[in-house]
Design a protein around this ligand. Structure first.
Ligand code: MN
Length: 228
């Protein structure tokens, strides 16, 4: 018995300081995790339980590079985010288990077709076409926790064509990494290979073909994306 066509390659990320790669199973994303970004999206940043959405693992663009401008939008937005990579999973993780589940961190871009998201929010439709499209998840190499890659005091900076568009501190997340994993593992069973995009600070905005995006998470890594 074989497959009727070759299975798709396993999406993966390089790991800084090793020759090994991190196999990516699923991409989970946290909505609205910084108060100032919640306000700029027109919502009240109260500490309601976090909410989640997903992208397909093959939306990953490892190490950035060229990202094709997607069809169906006139308002492609950048969202710079801390990305957490899990090497352990489980359900109903407590704080200690959540901490132990984290293999490393990266900096990623939760690229968003904002006009489609606005339409979906208005009409009560799902977010997939706004969030889960091809090439919607550029991500840097991973820095292992053992190498200092859990950026509790990290600083996120996104430049577009050299100008700073987004800047924020990991410490300003409404829900920290441990809390995110505790909530999410109460809803689904987390698994080794899962990535979590943990939300974006304020300053999201549109990009167009020809723009160069440079994302940086201090102490963790950098990512460069060219919209083509
Ligand atoms: Mn986001």
């Amino acid at each position: 018995m074989g497959y009727v066509f070759p299975p798709a390659p396993m999406p993966s990320l390089p790991i800084l300081g090793t020759q090994d790669r991190f196999p990516v199973r699923r991409i989970w994303c946290v909505g609205r995790n910084y108060a100032a970004h919640a306000r700029e999206m027109g919502t009240d940043p109260t500490r309601e339980p976090p909410f989640f959405f997903a992208k397909p693992a093959d939306a990953l663009v490892p190490l950035g590079g060229d990202m094709p401008y997607p069809p169906g939008t006139r308002d492609l937005h950048h969202e710079i985010e801390l990305v957490v990579a899990l090497h352990r999973g489980g359900r109903d993780l407590d704080a200690a288990a959540a901490r132990d589940a984290v293999f490393g961190c990266a900096v990623g871009l939760d690229m968003t077709r904002r006009d489609l998201q606005a339409n979906a929010r208005k009409s009560g439709q799902p977010w997939e076409m706004a969030k889960a499209f091809d090439h919607s998840a550029p991500c840097s190499a991973l820095r292992r926790v053992a190498d200092g890659g859990l950026a509790d005091d990290g600083e996120l900076t996104l430049r577009v064509n050299g100008a700073v568009r987004q800047h924020g501190y990991i410490a300003d997340m409404i829900w920290n990494v441990s809390e995110i994993l505790q909530h999410l593992s109460g809803l689904i069973e987390l698994a080794p290979g899962d990535l979590i995009f943990t939300g974006t600070p304020e300053g999201v905005g549109a990009v167009v073909p020809g723009d160069v995006l440079q994302a940086e998470l201090s102490g963790v890594g950098e990512l460069k994306v060219l919209i083509v």
